[in-house]
Structure formats: C-alpha cells, structure tokens
Design a protein around this ligand. Structure first.
Ligand code: NAP
Length: 250
C-alpha cells in the first residue's frame, strides 16, 4: 500500500530546535507518523513533551558550539538505541544593514546554521553507516537559499550553503542508502519572522507577493517533512523542496 511507505513506525528521529515553531511541528508530525523523537533544544521543550508524551525525549544543548555533539548522539542512543532520521532545523537570523554588519552577527549565524549543521550531520551519518540500514537527513533551508534577501547577509550565506552541502552529502552518501534533502520554507508565522511581521510595510509587501495569500504555518511543512523522512522518498537525493505558497514561482 502506498500510504504504508509514508509510515515512520519503528523509526527514531532526531530534530533540532524542538521547543517551538517549525521544529515543534515536525516533531509532532513524526510522532503522529509513528516515530520516536529526540528533540534537541536550548530551552526546555516542555510544550512539545506535553503534546507527545512517551514518544518524545528532550536533550538540552546549545548548538552554537560543536562540543555538545557527542553527548547528543550518546543520549539519543541511550534512550532509543538507534537513529534513522536527522532534521537540522535549529537556526537563527540577524538583521542589520550590510554596511554596518558586525562580525558577531556573522559568526553567530554561521556557527548555528552551518557549522553545527555539518558536524552534527557528519556524526549522525557515521551512526547511520554503523547501523548499516541507511538514513534520512532533512536540512531546513530557506527562500534565501535561492534569493538574496535584504539586511541578512550571514543568514543568506548560511542558507545558500546549507542547500549546497545538501547536494554534496547526498552525492557522497547515496551509496550508504542515506538520503540528504532540504526543505525551503517560505514566509512562515514563527518567532523567526516576528520582527518582519511587526514591520507593517515589509509585512504587507511580503504578503502581497505570496500567491497563496497568507503566511505559512508549521503544519504546512509537515507533509514534506514526513515524505522526506520516509521510504516514499528513497530515490530523492540532494533536492531542496520549497514549501512556500508559491513565492519562488513568482
Ligand atoms: P524559531 O521559532 O525562531 O525556531 C528556531 C529554533 O532554533 C528554536 O527552537 C531555537 O531555540 C533553536 N535554536 C536557535 N539557536 C539555537 C542554539 N544555539 N542551540 C539550540 N537551538 C537553537 O523559528 P522557525 O521559523 O521555527 O525556524 C526553524 C528553522 O526554519 C530555522 O532554521 C529557520 O532559519 C528556518 N526558516 C524559517 C522560516 C520562517 O519563515 N519562519 C523561513 C525559512 C526558513 P530557542 O527557542 O531556544 O531560541
């Protein structure tokens, strides 16, 4: 049955940024699809735990440095014994004119959005290879993996690079039955876009350009997230899918 291919029964998913926004929505979708979920977050994922109960375990870690990676892997394996799916969702954005843009705003964004993404993915992929049963990596990219944006140079650099390494890693690891793909959300109503949504002019500019006529929600991402984590996507490698209400089609 085709719908069985979308099931995540018996799978273990590791999702970063599980306390809020898109990451919380992905945790919920994976649990509903049958997976056990390890959510990594800097602040406790209390609400996510309340929603998902025994199928969810929270690992607290600050992803701005690489030191936390071995402990994340260890805690995931201690709790559920394996890892089958990794979603690199945690991310930050800093807005400042490029003429003034600070080194701090450059480094903080590149560290969380790119450096940790690469090295956490490397650590999880080593575990996939050890398990010998393949794996799924889903990187949360952005419209700014395709476009330039305004006043967000470090974010655009990080998300363009995320799309790039999604292809590199897909090329290298397909032979281990590891699929690496991305999801590029459009403009979604989360903390990430709060500043934008409060700026009346920018907000109405953005809204008027979205063919679907509304901001996206975490629920809008769930179908693509489950598809790319499931065996329904076994022959999809290195592609970044836009879930954007038509933004890129304009
Ligand atoms: P969000 O609500 O701000 O969530 C970001 C998540 O990342 C939070 O869980 C946050 O934890 C976590 N995080 C940030 N820095 C971290 C760190 N150093 N260590 C551990 N966790 C950290 O925004 P969102 O919209 O759901 O964003 C999720 C992903 O989607 C991000 O990669 C973002 O760039 C991407 N995205 C969002 C949009 C959009 O329109 N919303 C569009 C395109 C792409 P805290 O709550 O503790 O900070």
């Amino acid at each position: 049955m085709i719908l069985d291919k979308f099931s995540l029964n018996g799978k273990v998913a590791l999702v970063t940024g599980s306390n809020t926004g898109l990451g919380q929505g992905i945790c919920r979708a994976y649990a509903e699809a049958g997976a056990m979920v390890i959510g990594v977050s800097r602040r406790p994922s209390t609400e996510t735990k309340e929603m998902l109960g025994e199928s969810f375990h929270n690992v607290l870690a600050d992803l701005s440095s690489l030191e936390v990676i071995p402990e994340i892997i260890k805690e995931a394996l201690d709790k559920f014994g394996r890892i089958d799916i990794l979603v690199n969702n945690a991310g930050i954005i800093k807005r400042q004119d490029s003429l003034e843009f600070s080194e701090e705003n450059w480094d903080s964004v590149l560290n969380v959005n790119l450096k940790t993404v690469f090295f956490l993915t490397q650590a999880v992929a080593r575990q996939f290879v050890k398990q010998g049963t393949g794996g799924k990596v889903i990187n949360i990219a952005s419209m700014l993996s395709f476009q330039g944006g305004i006043r967000v140079p470090s974010y655009t650099a990080s998300k363009s690079a995320v799309k790039g390494i999604t292809m590199t890693l897909a090329n290298e690891w397909a032979k281990y039955n590891i699929n690496v793909n991305g999801i590029a959300p459009g403009y979604m109503a989360t903390n990430n876009t709060e500043q934008l949504r409060q700026d009346g002019e920018r907000s109405s500019d953005i809204l008027s350009r979205i063919p679907a006529g509304r901001w996206g929600t975490p629920e809008d991402l769930e179908g693509a997230a489950v598809f790319l984590a499931s065996s329904a996507s076994d022959y999809v490698n290195g592609f970044t899918v836009a879930v954007d209400g038509g933004w890129l089609a304009r």
